[in-house]
Ligand binder design. Structure first.
Ligand code: SAH
Ligand code: CA
Length: 244
């Protein structure tokens, strides 16, 4: 982290690019003890293939994987939606966690990065579960909502794209995901920056999305239609369980 930041900013921001824990060593401990030893081989391969990408930092943190797989299995998710695919770590994880006749609608504005992971997804034998749509996500969700039969038809949604639209996605997903289904929002601690008390103390590159994440966090906390858990895994993940 740069010297120029105020002490309060330094203290609050994350200790490494991929973890909000107090030390990198503790993060490494978790990865090496329970995450990497159980990570399916195709996901390891996809992580390797992503490690040479200039924007590799965007990939879902591997320590979120076991939580996502657990939730998918607990609710017997069969039909899911993913907003923000990048090279496909979370997508492949989802595809490996749902049954053979499960379906994932995967939306991203960039097909090129999806194609980096695609050969690995194909080799893992799960490509048939994926319907990839190259588009901004909002119009796709609105299109789905034009057909009433899509309401409540999804079991699970993972949101990991443009942070300024998270509240718009929430409004749509609360109709598309069934009662008893789960919506997961990624990056809801935004590098720890959500806790910085004054916008003037926030590094420039975090400012824009921070405002939207803070709005989302407030909204979700007050939304009586969901049960939520805000978890400091990765860059922060919020699990929403639809109650009504
Ligand atoms: N879940 C991914 C990481 C996603 S990174 C993983 O596990 O690796 C964020 C992705 O959101 C990028 O690939 C970007 O192209 C995509 N994105 C950005 N704006 C978008 C939008 N409006 N609609 C859909 N995808 C978008
Ligand atoms: Ca993310």
């Amino acid at each position: 982290m740069e010297e120029a930041f105020e002490p309060v900013t330094k203290r609050i921001l994350q200790t490494s690019s991929k973890c909000l824990l107090q030390s990198n060593e503790l993060h490494q401990y978790i990865l090496e003890t329970s995450v990497y030893p159980r990570e399916p081989e195709p996901l390891k391969e996809l992580r390797d293939a992503t490690s040479t990408q200039p924007r590799k930092i965007m990939a879902t943190a591997p320590d979120e994987g076991p939580l996502m797989a657990l939730l998918l299995k607990l609710i017997n998710a069969k039909k899911t939606i993913e907003i923000g695919v990048f090279t496909g770590y979370s997508l492949l994880l989802t595809a490996l966690s749902i049954p053979d006749d499960g379906k994932i609608t995967a939306i991203d504005i960039n097909r090129e990065t999806y194609e980096i992971g695609l050969p690995i997804i194909r080799n893992a034998g799960v490509e048939h579960k994926i319907d990839f749509i190259e588009s901004p996500a909002l119009p796709v969700l609105d299109k789905f909502l034009e057909h009433p039969e899509n309401e409540g038809s999804f079991d699970y949604a993972y949101v990991d794209a443009d942070k300024d639209n998270y509240l718009n996605y929430h409004e749509r997903l609360m109709k598309l995901v069934r009662i008893g289904g789960i919506i997961l929002y990624d990056n809801t601690l935004w590098g720890g920056s959500v806790a910085i008390p004054d916008d003037s103390l926030v590094p420039e590159n975090l400012k824009f999305s921070r405002v939207h994440i803070i709005k989302l966090n407030k909204f979700l906390a007050a939304d009586p239609r969901i049960h939520i858990s805000h978890i400091p895994l990765g860059d922060g993940v919020t699990v929403c369980w639809r109650l009504s």
